[in-house]
Design a protein around this ligand. Structure first.
Ligand code: NI
Length: 171
């Protein structure tokens, strides 16, 4: 089922999400199925559970946007093991539609997470995948990409969003 993607301004997007503890739960597999459906419907490369209003540490990522099934990644309770290098590139977020800004992040990341079965896995991402991993882990900690921008840029975006909210164009 496609769920509503919450936009910036919803408090759940800026809260630290709770760990997943029950992996035998059909609710978890249903949640993940809904997250895939919602992410692909929005043509995104990643989606975190808080973006559909659930404060849980689950994200789905597919930097091929559905082109390659084998590239689908679910990360649950992820932890950063190490990072290397730097990259700067344009970043956007389904919770901040219409806004894209350059963000500097690590170029390579190793993370430890659990998969849908609750097994611990170690994953390595470089370039766009590293960016997606870091963006999604941020979501689970209540951090949005605009938090990585200068205060000035962030204020400009916040003001534009306030105008959109007043016009009823940000719901
Ligand atoms: Ni995002």
């Amino acid at each position: 089922m496609v769920r509503k993607i919450l936009k910036y301004g919803e408090p759940v997007l800026e809260q630290k999400a709770e760990p997943i503890t029950d992996f035998n739960d059909t609710e978890l597999s249903e949640l993940i199925a809904d997250m895939w459906e919602t992410m692909y419907a929005a043509k995104g490369v990643g989606l975190a559970a808080p973006q559909i209003g659930l404060s849980k540490r689950v994200s789905v990522i597919d930097i091929t946007v559905g082109e390659d099934e084998s590239k689908k990644i679910v990360i649950i309770n992820p932890e950063i093991v190490s990072t290397e290098g730097k990259q700067t590139g344009e970043e956007g977020c389904l919770s901040l539609p219409g806004f894209r800004e350059p963000v500097t992040r690590a170029n390579k990341i190793t993370l430890r997470a659990q998969n849908e079965k609750g097994e611990t896995v170690e994953l390595v991402g470089e370039e766009l995948l590293a960016r997606a991993f870091l963006h999604e882990i941020d979501h689970l900690n209540g951090i949005l990409f605009i938090n990585h921008l200068s205060a000035l840029k962030r204020d400009i975006i916040r003001r534009k969003i306030k105008k959109l909210q007043k016009a009823g164009e940000w719901e």
